[in-house]
Design a protein around this ligand. Sequence first.
Ligand code: ADP
Length: 307
Amino acid sequence: MPQSDAPDLLLRVGLSGGIGSGKSTVSQTLADRGAVVIDADLLAREVVEPGTPGLAAIAQRFGDDILTPEGALDRAALGRVVFGDPAARTDLEGITHPLIAERTRELIAAAPAHSIVVHDVPLLVEVGYAPRYHLVIIVGASRETRLRRLTDLRGMTGAEAEQRIDAQATDVQRRAVADVWLDNEGTVDELRAATERLYAERLVPFLTHLVQGLGVPTHEVPGPEEMVRLEARLGYVLGEDLDGALELDPGTDSLLVPLAPGVPADAMRERLARAGFPAVGEGRHASADPGRPVVLTLREHTVGGDG
Ligand code: ADP
């Protein structure tokens, strides 16, 4: 995806967590601080409101039985149609996903320059979106805690709550993509305070560095889990210009990034800067995220043996 799509720099944050984890508190707190929150669930409802092309397309594909007498989407009826019918589900998603993506792009484009844009996506892990963001925040709580909240506070039966939880990604999968894990086993106030600290101590400095093009040089090297996240993120950002696996270089305390044949390091400069790794020297980039210190050394492909 061309990075030059975005005329102004934004800090793009992905927010997710299992159902009942407390994601709403985090997105609300970030919005209160001034972040632009884009709520994927809300958009999913908007694109099928009465009178929308989305609802018309669904009625055309699935028949008027999925409409209420008032002409709104009958979610339960549609649910019965697509439940256990993968082809029907694929058709439905083929209608809704592009509409949601289009609205998301519009909202991102409308965000003021230098905003912190938080994309609240319940199924972020399931759809593999993590590498698209500068930073991924996951709100976490144990299965027992989430079951209790869903039954006590959100009116679900125990069986319903279990079914919803089991249909989602596991905590192991969520932890793998989490740049930040916000634990929500305590009180709502504690979660709010942790979110405010994250905003002030990491998101704002990250945005500032991004806008100023400042990488933070370091001698720290990423641990194994961080390496996996960096691989995924740089794979997304560089696409086929990346040629092979990242390697730690103990000599320079940096991560070697092998470029494909014919790709000069200089050509990656702007793309990496926008992705959160501004240049700090010839072929060297450093993370703008104060919470993820890493230096990248771009390695141009040289043809061995021909001098
Ligand atoms: P999610 O958006 O992640 O599905 P919610 O933010 O709606 O979850 O939280 C689920 C329920 O648990 C809500 O009713 C919310 O008010 C409540 N809740 C969230 N965090 C806490 C907490 N720390 N202590 C008690 N209740 C909480």
